[in-house]
Design a protein around this ligand. Structure first.
Ligand code: ATP
Ligand code: MG
Ligand code: MG
Ligand code: MG
Length: 476
């Protein structure tokens, strides 16, 4: 089943259950705590926080998401995309646990011929918060799940809150057993690769007065109006229903891998290292496309830096696959052609998007051309001296003079078996930043400047990615 079809079925199903279809918000959303929208509930936060009254009792969406925390997972697990789409259904003080569970069960296990998703009920496992007997009983009663496929977990896995005083509650996650060839028995508490998480149901039922950490908070009492917030990974369902091995092989991603195979003359599936590269290429090209589609441009800080890193990593992965010619002009159009079914605006904005991407690749190619020799020399010197590490000063020089971001130096050094004195690098960076700040302060001499803007830039910026609030504001 095509990804676009799963998406249609999702929206049609929840519309038939009285939900208003709400279009995806852009990836860059007006929320100072987030780099990018990372969950379907983000645009609905004011309703859940009680700051605004929801205009509808029930809503549904397919929300574009980017999770920078998952970048390192890409290609190594079967299930993490940097960009992905989260299908959500939301109840604002309307139906609660029973409604959420029965809707989920109906959509997942109903027959494909009747417009549902058609999963084998025998392959479904769920988790609930240890102590949430109500949810466990409902899974048993409504869905007929046997007790052994209802697993209990602690707060760290199955409790949700926003990291601030406000609503919180237990969640229940739905997993599909991919079969014994993918790992040991025992359900999701034993193996999250064989048992693939597809859907998280959050039951917002209580009010938190203080939140000290993910698992340490004070509950004041029950919410007067309880809410439902769910998120299903569209790509994860697609990968299961398309009978492929992982998220990078679905219809919306795989064509980029195929193009990369043609360009490189290497085959996907021939070896683990190259496979990870192929997946990184396909994931990052698509994520970059969607970010640029929503107006992000490459830069050295915050959001722009995430985009830059994605595009550059895609280009570098192509080099490691043996392709030294410009890659994005070959790959980006392929991604656009598969994504435009669901996002026709990509076609409309294609001129702007492609120019941005191709210029970034050209700039990166110049950076690589000048820095690689320096890096190689430093590596050779270190090896000759019997050291297994590059100096912080060398990493700093590569950064300062040749524009090598530290993660590029780290990656390229590790390909040659070396580590990098990161601490030394960071302290040189801090020194430099302090010097720059002192200079700027001297220059401003008394002018207030655009304080709000600067505060935002400080919060989002810096060399190190800002991901601080991501986990808390997303789902469990
Ligand atoms: P995982 O444990 O696999 O990292 P999660 O628990 O972090 O997932 P949630 O925050 O519960 O995920 O998000 C709701 C749903 O969104 C998940 O059940 C999953 O289907 C999907 N999802 C989450 N992260 C990703 C991702 N990086 N790529 C694709 N789908 C994702
Ligand atoms: Mg996760
Ligand atoms: Mg999880
Ligand atoms: Mg989850």
């Amino acid at each position: 089943m095509e990804t676009a079809e799963i998406r249609r079925r999702w929206l049609r199903f929840f519309e038939s259950k009285g939900h208003t279809v709400v279009p995806s918000a852009p990836l860059v959303y007006d929320d100072p705590n987030l780099l990018f929208v990372n969950a379907g509930m983000v645009p609905f936060k004011p309703y859940f926080l009680g700051q605004q009254t929801a205009p509808w009792p029930r809503a549904t969406s397919v929300q574009k998401c980017v999770r920078t925390l998952d970048i390192e997972e890409v290609g190594k697990t079967t299930r993490h995309g940097t960009f992905f789409q989260m299908n959500g259904n939301f109840s604002f003080g309307d139906y609660f646990k029973e409604g959420a569970i029965s809707h989920a069960w109906e959509l997942i296990t109903g027959s494909q011929d009747d417009g549902f998703l058609g999963f084998d009920p025998g392959s479904i496992w769920v988790t609930v918060l240890d102590g949430d007997d109500e949810a466990a009983d409902l899974w048993h009663r409504v869905a007929g799940l046997p007790q052994e496929r209802i697993q209990r977990r602690g707060l760290a896995d199955n409790y949700w809150h926003m990291g601030v005083p406000g609503p919180g509650g237990p969640c229940s996650e739905i997993y599909v057993d991919r079969g014994p060839e993918h790992g040991p028995d025992g359900g999701p508490v034993v193996d999250e690769d064989r048992f693939l998480e597809i859907w998280n149901l959050v039951f917002m039922q209580e009010e938190l007065s203080e939140v000290r950490s993910k698992v340490d908070f004070d509950i004041t009492g029950e919410l007067p109006r309880k809410n439902i917030d769910t998120g299903m990974g569209l790509e994860r369902v697609a990968y299961l229903l398309q009978g492929v091995d992982n998220l990078y092989e679905i219809d919306e991603v795989y064509p980029v891998i195929e193009r990369a195979e043609e360009l490189s003359g290497r085959s996907y599936g021939a070896g683990h290292e190259d496979d990870v590269r192929f997946r990184v290429v396909a994931d990052h090209v698509r994520s970059g496309l969607m970010l640029m589609g929503d107006g992000v441009t490459p830069g050295n800080e915050g959001r722009g830096y995430v985009l830059r890193r994605l595009l550059r990593r895609a280009v570098r992965s192509m080099r490691l696959l043996g392709v030294h010619d410009a890659a994005l002009p070959e790959l980006l159009p392929v991604s656009k052609d598969v994504m435009r079914t669901s996002y026709p605006e990509l076609e409309r904005d294609w001129g702007r998007i492609s120019e941005t991407a191709y210029a970034e690749e050209e700039a990166f190619r110049r950076t690589l051309a000048s820095g690689t020799t320096i890096l190689d020399t430093a590596v050779a010197r270190a090896k000759k001296a019997g050291s297994s590490s590059l100096g912080g000063d060398e990493a700093f020089q590569l950064h300062d003079t040749y524009g090598f971001p530290i993660d590029l130096t780290l990656e390229m050094a590790s390909e040659q078996g070396l580590t990098v004195d990161e601490e030394g690098f960071r302290s040189l960076m801090t020194e430099q930043r302090q010097r720059a700040k002192a200079d700027a302060r001297a220059k401003r001499s008394g002018h207030g400047g655009s304080g709000a803007y600067r505060a935002l830039a400080d919060r989002l910026g810096g060399e190190v990615e800002f991901t601080g609030y991501e986990q808390m504001a997303g789902q469990a």
